[in-house]
Design a binder for this molecule. Sequence first.
Ligand code: HEC
Length: 498
Amino acid sequence: MDHLGAFLGHFHPVLVHLPIGILLLLGALELAGLLSRARAFAWLPALTGGQRTLILALGACSSIIVAALGWLLAHGGDYDSALVHRHQLLGICAACACLAALAVHRWGSLYALALASSLALVVMAGHAGGKITHGSDYLTSRMPPALARVLGIAPPPEARKAAVGFERAVVFADAVGPILRDRCASCHGPAKGNGGLRLDSWELLSKGGKHGPVIKPGDLAASPLVLRIDLPSDAKEHMPPRGKPQLSDDELTVLEWWVGAGAPRDGAVAGLDLPPIVAGILEERLGGEATPPPDRAATLAQAARVAGELGIIVRPLSPVGPWIEVNARPAGRAFGDRELGLLAPVAPAIRWLDLGGTSVTDDGLAALAAMHGLERLHLDQTRIADPGLVRLSSLRQMEYLNLRGTAVTDAGMGALRALPRLRSLYLWQTAVTPAASRALGEALVDKRRIARWKSEQAELGRRIGAERFEGNTGESLNLDTKPAEAAAAGPASPPKVN
Ligand code: HEC
């Protein structure tokens, strides 16, 4: 019986348009009838009593059937109960008003009142139903922000995302909420509250689900919200369920940081002590003032001029794109802070910069702040020391840094924590100790991410193992090795990357 109910219930969203159409058509015909009394509209038709009764009877019957189907659907589905109650109430009232109109259709003004109220109720019930299936902000979510302001409606989340930027972003509203909205709210949101859990606002999240709170601030191991995402993707409890869009690594890294950091709600992201990885991800997701990439032709023309003037090598990094490599090493000590300053016109296009063996100083490195795209930097055998490293902290794309043979010390390593992508650091012939270098590495690399990838790798290994086919026709059968042992050894170990 349950199955039949669920089957029939699914017809509600389709058939619901039938009484709506019938009632709207009736309203339009009655209006035409009224207008036809005026001479100018005498050509419009007016309904006869019989036609009116027939249409009303069809409308009333279909609205009762549809209400019954809706009841079946509400019983079988996992919908937000408050929205469903409202929709149900309005739907039933609309059906009753329709019946009332049928009952009083011979009394002009009573009939007009009943018909007008059933039309109004149909519109309201339809809107409430739309909210259930499409979310409460369905109509306004794509509204142009200017119109939303005029109407006093909160700007749609996308508009807010674009508007804030890293510097002004608020922790939950801008950094964490959008991830949950994108990945979870289709099932834990206004339309459905699966597992009794809604994740589309901080208040609802903190209420928890059927089995209680879903986060324990500061304790990842006791927070089902992240534990469930971390489960192997084929586990039954894994979220989002298998086959649905999954979180990216970056999104999960942000969520885990957030729960681990005590699940803060208010306050500026930029004001928190973010681990470098998280800072890098959030800067990218929230965006600062995005600068358009430089123009290739203009850059190369400037580059040729600068190269000739300073006696250095400037080369494009690829046959397309504006990115260039600047090598000042051939100019040697003749290249100093003044010359570095002259690179300003091409600064945004520099990806690789070799200042090795030049006479640049700590102060001169201020010119690097304009080189946002810098990925590789050689400062080996220059006079720079710890104060110069502080000047590098805005170079968020930096992956490679060579400080060989400079005066940097352990004290300067702290400044390098601001470089989330730094993976190769050369410190030979400096005073930096192995311990300080290791400590920097620990801060820059996210161990949880590595652990997660390792477990994904193991899971893939198991899947590959399960698909492996061995056809044994007997000729290679060696009775000394037990096949079970060989199989248990699992897939070949992954290649070592050095
Ligand atoms: C495709 C639908 C779907 C999506 C998307 C989804 N979930 Fe779920 N979720 C469910 C269902 C169904 C349940 C209830 C069954 C269960 O407990 O496994 C559930 C239950 C849960 C529970 C347990 C609640 C409780 O107290 O029992 C948590 C926690 C959870 N989900 C977290 C998430 C998170 C976090 C996301 C987004 C990253 C997410 N879910 C995305 C369908 C979904």
